[in-house]
Design a binder for this molecule. Structure first.
Ligand SMILES: *[C@@H]1O[C@H](CO)[C@@H](O)[C@H](O)[C@H]1NC(C)=O
Ligand SMILES: *[C@@H]1O[C@H](CO)[C@@H](O)[C@H](O)[C@H]1NC(C)=O
Ligand SMILES: *[C@@H]1O[C@H](CO)[C@@H](O)[C@H](O)[C@H]1NC(C)=O
Ligand SMILES: *[C@@H]1O[C@H](CO)[C@@H](O)[C@H](O)[C@H]1NC(C)=O
Ligand SMILES: *[C@@H]1O[C@H](CO)[C@@H](O)[C@H](O)[C@H]1NC(C)=O
Ligand SMILES: *[C@@H]1O[C@H](CO)[C@@H](O)[C@H](O)[C@H]1NC(C)=O
Ligand SMILES: *[C@@H]1O[C@H](CO)[C@@H](O)[C@H](O)[C@H]1NC(C)=O
Ligand SMILES: CC(=O)N[C@H]1CO[C@H](CO)[C@@H](O)[C@@H]1O
Length: 775
């Protein structure tokens, strides 16, 4: 009746029963391992272990690097359900069976790098519902079954680099709802299915370098709507066609060391936010100006065999006009060899026989020709013969003209027709009539700061079709004529800060459909109301800091485009929740330095899906409702409540997407009641800065550095009935914990000084990402 298999089965069952039912004693440490009961960590590194040691049930960190586990069976970690960190690097793992990680619902970090895994099953990672980081790099993965990651809804980082992937089928990454970083460099990818990246709505960084892609995988990449950084270097592409890169948020694109010989001038036309394009170490001999990206800062052409002749001239002029930094050097012709592209002047770029390229006909070109006769470096020569108004300077090479602080009382006339930047700050214009700037149709940037301007007639800027930047800061404007911006519909950046506007200039702004950034700081706007026509403008960044705004009416702001809103240093007394019901894409909000003493329930509910950075420092805030932030869920990345009067904090644990929290300078009482906060700080993988307010001898000290917790009863939070996890909400119940008993060493902060600094910087005041002047 009994077969050997059955015997074996019952033996296994018995063994399992024994293991499971054996009494769990605190302090028990598996053979060959070292245990730290303070940190609840068990370390068994390099012990030739062939099975998972049975660590204490309450173990939080388990380090099993350098062993010989080979196969991770189903339910391999059932006996350590509280694990948050598990390191299985270099364990000779060949197979991860489906369900291997069942029960590890608290695990946030799993390292399986440097093993021999070749296949990922559909359910390999089931159960890891809190996992944030998964390292699978340096394995032999050739295939991933769709659904392998479907349960990893909190995963931020997935490393699949240094494997043997050849092809990525459709929908492989479905379920990764919080993923931000995906590494797939150093594989053998030569093909990506069109829907390979479907569902990765939160991914911001992707690396696909060192693969064998021969074409830019346009279709697959189009699905990555949030990606800002993409590394495709070291692939085998030779050409980039029109609209090859169709990625609407991409800012940094690395295409180093490929075999690019040419690219369409429209290659990036569907990547409007590119600011850094690295095409270094390719085979490009020349390039056309790129159309599309309006905010390109750097174009890296280092290590390309660039031929610096007249065909490069459009690129050079475009770069100068747009403020694009061209990195790299000429290879040919010999007399320009190794000359930096940044330093070559437009007039150096000539074709054989001295002909001035491509049919330039404008007056100043003629002048240039004469001046440059027979002397390549003649651009340093004074340009007396250039047309330029008196008391002004006009530079033909850069297309800049300046009359800064020359006491002009009328706008000078007669600038070179190709002038792109006009600097007029610090004059005394007071009043600008209609058509104040004739013949400036090429102007891109106009500076009129501090000119005492108190009135501008409608149509003053008419004719400046190319204007993108207008600086009217620090003047005395109280009201804007509804037609003031007529004729400059391409304007993108408008500076009106430091005037005396008392109303939101909605009707004037309705003529600017392309406005991207609007500065209205330091005005005197006290009410924001729907009648102010805020909905007629569509900037992505709106700064209303340092006004005296005390009212923000329901529906005052209805704009799908607004992403950043700065309302700091105003007189708001509550979070303007109802004003934000129609701003579904708001990602950054600053309410710093408003007298908001209480933040109530669901204060951020209307923007809970989009809000990533929230600044509420120095408001005198005394109370934050327990569920003030809970709606924000996983979207919120940075939270600052520095410098308030908070004695208690709401539970921050539901904010699973956090990357930085600044709680400094609040009157937190640093005693055992704060242990749960300290525990949480240590359990999360980002910087939480908090300082003590009391008792007096600890005031100002970092919660992470103090050692009062050493003397707190260890069972305080661990042995609480029904919960083995630090409970943040117990902060609100000081005195519920007993005084010192067990002497233990305080855990040290694991972050290096530099990373602390970095994070402090990040979580300080709102970072104004507004664009610098591009010229
Ligand atoms: C430009 O490319 C070179 C060569 O790849 C590299 O060393 C350099 O760091 C790059 N610079 C920037 C700003 O991209
Ligand atoms: C070109 O002009 C520079 C000064 O502008 C002068 O030093 C140099 O000798 C000139 N070279 C020739 C070939 O004329
Ligand atoms: C400005 O906008 C108009 C249409 O609104 C467009 O035709 C024109 O090309 C733009 N000019 C520039 C320099 O972008
Ligand atoms: C005009 O504005 C400047 C700077 O904003 C300010 O210093 C000056 O007092 C203002 N003048 C009047 C008359 O309001
Ligand atoms: C702000 O506007 C109010 C009227 O709304 C006015 O009384 C006050 O003087 C203005 N303040 C400044 C600094 O212009
Ligand atoms: C707001 O005003 C304060 C105090 O006058 C100043 O320190 C701060 O820099 C101002 N902020 C902005 C954005 O203008
Ligand atoms: C911690 O454990 C000790 C003894 O085991 C017990 O006396 C004490 O009440 C416990 N403290 C809490 C807060 O449970
Ligand atoms: C010009 C002006 O009135 N500025 C005010 C903007 O709002 C801040 C905060 O209320 C005031 O301090 C400024 O005086």
């Amino acid at each position: 009746m009994f077969t050997p298999q059955m015997l074996l089965l019952s033996a296994v069952a018995l063994l399992l029963l024994l293991t499971l039912s054996s009494p769990v004693k605190t302090g028990k440490c598996p053979k060959d391992c070292s245990c730290d009961n303070t940190k609840l960590s068990v370390v068994c590194v390099g012990k030739k272990l062939t099975e998972i040691p049975s660590a204490d049930e309450i173990t939080v960190k388990l380090d099993l690097r350098n062993n010989n586990l080979q196969i991770l069976p189903r339910g391999a970690f059932l006996h350590t359900p509280y694990l948050t960190h598990l390191n299985l690097q270099r364990c000779n793992v060949i197979k991860v069976k489906e369900g291997a990680f069942h029960a590890l619902g608290r695990l946030v970090f799993l390292n399986l790098a440097y093993n021999k895994i070749d296949f990922l099953y559909q359910e390999s990672f089931d159960g890891l519902s809190s996992l944030k980081e998964l390292h699978l790099d340096h394995n032999r993965i050739e295939e991933i079954q769709p659904g392998a990651f479907s349960q990893l809804g909190h995963l931020n980082m997935l490393a699949l680099n240094h494997n043997q992937l050849v092809y990525i089928p459709n929908l492989v990454f479905q379920g990764l709802q919080s993923i931000k970083l995906l590494r797939m460099g150093h594989n053998s990818l030569n093909n990506l299915a069109p829907e390979a990246f479907a569902g990765l709505y939160t991914l911001s960084r992707l690396s696909l370098d060192h693969n064998e892609l021969q074409f830019f995988p346009t279709q697959a990449m189009m699905r990555l709507t949030e990606v800002t950084h993409l590394d495709m270097s070291y692939n085998t592409m030779t050409y980039l066609g029109e609209e090859a890169v169709t990625m609407r948020k991409l800012r940094h694109l690395l295409l180093r060391h490929m075999s690019l010989q040419d690219l369409s001038e429209q290659a990036f036309s569907k990547a409007p936010f590119l600011s850094h394009v690295d095409l270094s170490l390719n085979q490009l001999r020349y390039m056309e100006p790129l159309s599309g990206p309006e905010k390109l800062d750097i174009l890296n052409l280092t290590g390309n065999p660039i031929y610096c002749n007249c065909y490069l001239k459009p690129l050079k002029e475009w770069a100068t006009a747009k403020g694009v930094k061209l990195l790299g050097a000429c290879t040919e012709p010999p007399h320009l060899s190794e000359e930096l592209l940044q330093e070559v002047t437009s007039s150096d770029l000539r074709c054989h026989g001295g002909s001035q390229s491509l049919g330039e006909k404008e007056e100043e070109e003629e002048q240039n020709k004469e001046e440059n006769k027979g002397n390549i470096t003649a651009t340093a020569k004074p340009k007396q013969r250039v047309k330029c108004p008196s008391n002004c300077k006009c530079d033909i090479e850069t297309h800049h003209a300046t009359c800064e602080g020359q006491g002009h009382t009328k706008v000078p006339r007669g600038f070179p027709a190709k002038t792109q930047l006009l600097e007029l700050r610090g004059n005394h214009f007071h009043y600008l009539p209609a058509l104040s700037f004739p013949g400036t149709g090429k102007l891109v940037s106009l500076h009129l700061e501090s000119c005492g301007i108190h009135e501008i007639e409608g149509g003053a800027f008419q004719g400046m079709n190319s204007l993108l930047y207008l600086y009217l800061s620090d003047n005395n404007l109280t009201l804007l004529d509804p037609k003031i911006f007529a004729g400059i519909q391409n304007l993108t950046y408008l500076h009106l800060e430091g005037n005396q506007l008392t109303q939101f200039p909605g009707s004037a702004l309705s003529l600017l459909p392309n406005l991207f950034v609007l500065h209205l700081e330091r005005n005197n706007i006290s009410k924001l109301e729907p009648s102010g026509l805020l909905s007629s403008v569509t900037p992505t960044e709106l700064s209303l800091s340092n006004n005296s705004t005390n009212v923000m009416a329901r529906g005052a702001l209805t704009s799908a485009s607004i992403g950043c809103l700065y309302l700091d240093s105003n007189r708001l007394t509550e979070v303007p929740t109802s004003a934000l019901t129609k701003t579904p894409n708001l990602e950054e909000l600053s309410l710093s330095q408003n007298p908001i003493l209480r933040v109530g329930r669901k204060a951020f509910q209307p923007i809970s899906q989009s809000l990533k950075r929230l600044y509420m420092d120095h408001m005198g805030m005394e109370k934050m409702s327990e569920d003030a932030l809970q709606d924000l869920g996983s979207a919120l990345r940075h939270l600052t409540v520095r410098g308030n009067q908070l004695k208690e904090l709401p539970d921050l644990r539901p904010l699973t997407g956090l990357e930085g929290v600044d709680l400094r300078d609040n009157p937190l009482l640093c005693d055992c009641a704060l242990l749960p906060l300290r525990r949480w700080m240590e359990s999360v993988r980002f910087e939480v800065t908090a300082t003590c307010g009391n008792p007096p001898d600890l005031r100002g000290q970092q919660v992470r550095d103090i050692n009062v917790f050493a003397s707190c009863s260890e069972n305080a939070s661990i042995k609480q009935e029904g919960s083995r996890e630090p409970k943040l909400s117990t902060i609100t119940k000081p005195g519920s914990l007993k005084p010192p008993k067990v002497k233990t060493r305080p855990a040290k902060s694991k972050l290096s000084k530099s990373s602390k600094k970095r994070l402090q910087k990040k979580s300080g005041t709102p970072k104004k990402t507004m664009n610098k002047m591009a010229l």
